[in-house]
Design a protein around this ligand. Structure first.
Ligand SMILES: [Zn+2]
Length: 136
């Protein structure tokens, strides 16, 4: 019996794989590196064009905004729990802004991943593209 090698949606999304074939990488390079991370224009495995229409990734800005808000609230609450109460707004501001700056490469990457995986109608996993070895 042949084993099913299809990766789950969450696993493929965490590895930033193409939403259609779950095989090709959406980005070149690592999340954290000195060079700015670049997104592939098309999937290297199945040829899917990631930018569905011109300006499509502006929508990812809203996803990124939601991520940043959640991180800021979590950082603020976490900072409060760890340090107890601290006088004045500055320690909290530094903690929240520092957290968002440190996590911004992740926000950039995963806002686009979330947009393509779960917020794009008509784009879903198609197993036949996972198996095709050569480009169509
Ligand atoms: Zn693909």
């Amino acid at each position: 019996m042949e084993k099913d090698h299809t990766p789950s949606a969450v696993k493929a999304a965490l590895q930033a794989k193409c939403p259609r074939c779950r095989e090709g990488n959406m980005f070149t390079g690592k999340t954290y590196s000195l060079k700015a991370q670049k997104m592939n224009e098309t999937c290297p495995h199945c040829g899917l064009r990631y930018e569905r229409e011109p300006g499509y990734f502006y929508v990812a800005m809203f996803v990124s905004y939601a991520f940043a808000m959640a991180e800021m609230i979590a950082a603020c609450v976490g900072f409060y729990i760890i340090t107890g109460y601290m006088e004045g707004p500055w320690p909290y501001l530094i903690a929240t802004i520092g957290t968002v700056i440190v996590l911004s490469p992740l926000n950039y990457r995963y806002s686009r991943v979330v947009l393509l995986y779960w917020l794009t109608p008509g784009l879903s996993y198609q197993p036949e593209f996972n198996k095709v070895a050569e480009k169509p």
